[in-house]
Design a protein around this ligand. Structure first.
Ligand code: URA
Length: 217
């Protein structure tokens, strides 16, 4: 079935509560991904959270459970947050795309990267979440989220762990790698190093939550 634009009542506008946004997003038809996803996986966390973490899109587990970052990437994220001294319950966790995009291989559903149209179609939901939350720090997990928020030229490999002042989404915005890239790193030593770098980046976030971070132009 062809995607249809959401009726105006589904497009987030003005400042709405997270609960009303979550409920409206269940009906979103702004791109074709709703047809194959089990459900819209909206962000979750306290409305008072000063930190928002943004991933790419829900994975297989998240699609089935209906909550972000509950699968293997989420478990690694939880461990890294704890090591960095951040309680996951102090963060609001969401994704730039809120439906699982997948291709079938046998009985398995394999993650497929969302394209720019899908990211753009979903972006009003993230903007509405941020308008409701007004976080102090917005931190992207992986290149898809980072480029949607920080621009197409942003390179996570070069600028991970840095926090940039911003007047658009949050006073401080930055990015690190996606936790799935840590999981996929081959070799025990290399994986441990990737995890250590990921935790270091999150420590910068922890610092920014308690004091002004070092400024990057
Ligand atoms: N990967 C993401 O980017 N988001 C999730 O919620 C789960 C896996």
């Amino acid at each position: 079935m062809k995607a249809v634009a959401p009726p105006p009542s589904q497009v987030p506008g003005g400042k709405q509560t997270l609960l009303s946004l979550k409920s409206a997003a269940q009906q979103c038809r702004a791109c074709p991904l709703w047809e194959r996803g089990t459900q819209t996986v909206f962000g979750e966390g306290q409305a008072t959270a000063r930190l928002v973490l943004v991933g790419e899109q829900p994975g297989n587990d998240e699609d089935l459970v209906g909550r972000p970052f509950v699968g293997p990437s989420g478990q690694l994220l939880d461990r890294a947050l704890a090591e960095a001294g951040i309680e996951r319950t102090d963060a609001y966790v969401t994704n730039v795309v809120k439906h699982f995009k997948w291709t079938g291989r046998g009985k398995r559903r394999l993650h497929s990267k969302p394209n720019v149209h899908e990211v753009n179609a979903c972006f009003p939901w993230l903007e509405a979440e941020l308008a409701a939350l007004q976080p102090h720090v917005l931190f992207c997990l992986g290149a898809t989220a980072a480029q949607a928020i920080l621009g197409r030229d942003f390179r996570v490999t070069q600028s991970h762990g840095q926090l940039f002042p911003s007047s658009r989404f949050a006073p401080w915005v930055g990015a690190t790698v996606h936790p799935s890239s840590v999981l996929r790193t081959e070799g025990d030593d290399e994986r441990a190093q990737a995890m250590a770098t990921f935790v270091d980046d999150l420590r910068q976030v922890a610092r920014a939550l308690t004091s002004a971070p070092e400024i990057h132009a």
